[in-house]
Each structure stands twice: as C-alpha cells, then as structure tokens.
Design a protein. Sequence first.
Length: 260
Amino acid sequence: MRPVVLSIAGLDPGGGAGIVADIKAIEAHRCWAAAVATTLTVQTVGRVDAAHEVPPEILVAQIGAVFSDHPVAAVKVGLLGGAATVDAVANALRGRGLPVVLDPVCCATSGARFLDDAARDRLRGALLPLVDVVTPNRDEVLWLAGLPPEAEIEAAAEALLEDGARHVLVTGASAANGVYEDRLFSRQGIQAIEHREVATDRIHGTGCLHSSSLAAQLARGASVSDAAREAARWMERALEDAVAFGDGGSPDAAAPVGVA
C-alpha cells in the first residue's frame, strides 16, 4: 500500500499552489494524497483577491475524518491564516506521533500577506513543537523569528529550534554562480544542500511543492537529510518544466521522482 500523506493547506483554484499542487506532488512521489482545506482563496498566478478561512470546527472535522480511516504516514501543513486556525490544526495533530512538515506561508508570491502577528505567535507557541521540519525561505524565517530583514538567518533558525521545531530548512539561504544553497538546521548542526539555480521569476507554488515532496519522502521512510536533498533535486526538474499560465506559471508537479 502506498504511504498516505495528508496536506492541510489553502485552496488555489488555479491549481498552482495550495492543496491542489500538494496532491499532484504527493502523487508524483507514489504516495496517496489526502487533503484538508484551511482557506478558500480567490487568486490568479499574479495576485490574490480574497482569502476566506474555513471555520475551525469544520477544519477539525475534516482532519478527524481523514484520520478515522486512513493510515496517515506524514502530514504537510501549509497556508493557515488566523490564530484560531493555527490552534485548531495544532490541537488536531497533537499526540499523533507523525512526521509533520510545515511550510509557513506568510506571503503569496504576489506579495499578499496571509499570516498576521497573532497567528505567527500561535504558530510558534502551539504548532512548532509538533513539527519535524519547517521550510521557510530567507525572508520568512526572519519574519517568523521576529527579526529585522538585515539579521542573520542562523539567529532566526536558532529561535525556531528553541520554539520546538526539530529541523529548520531555510530554502534559498544563499545563491552564487548558478548554485542555490538550502541550509538544514538542527540541534546536531547545520547541513548545506546545494542544487542548481533554475529561473523562478513569476513562478508560484514552489514552496508548496517542495514541502509536499519533503513530506512524501518522510512518509516513505527517508531521513530528514535525505528527504531534503531529494526534494531539492525534484524541484530542479519541476522548475525546468514549469507550465506558463497568465502572467507567470507553476512548476510541473508531474516531474519524475527518483524513488523506488
């Protein structure tokens, strides 16, 4: 039986991000995708016009329904919205003993902000202690840690580890000579994960697909380090075959995966 991965995230009607993109990525990794919607968005590749949060009681009921008859092997959490949604998800996942990957969707690629300060505080206080890997980009890790843009990402990652996250994977931590470097922080140290730079101008959904790939690898039994490396390699292929829509595009979630 294929491992089951549950995505808890927002709905992008265009399918380039959110739970639709997550489902594509999870299925590409030969896992069974289950999905719970946290937020219904009205968005295109280039803009977000509205975001409507699903009531917490419905959110909790959806999560409970999945767990009632699916042997979930890993969870990916994406767009959450307000503090009440963060608390609802944390309460629904607490005590389940499963790998949890958190993609902290603070802003859309278009610039629209999804998390306010209250939600950030609850995310750090209630959800991060349940998370195996949190996958912020450089800007997100500084904002989550409450640090200014000029601060060092090492200090921000340390703050999130102190909050209880077991690993902090900062994507795009540095770039030079056509090579991107992600950095995986844990109590055991820092690992650099290098991968080829692929142009991503006006491409949205990269964080969703990357974190879903990572969750699928964990569901299949990979270590966090190996899962992070394979997710980076898979994203190279997905970005090389990005599909154009509107004013931008989305990575190809059907890119081949190097798993047995």
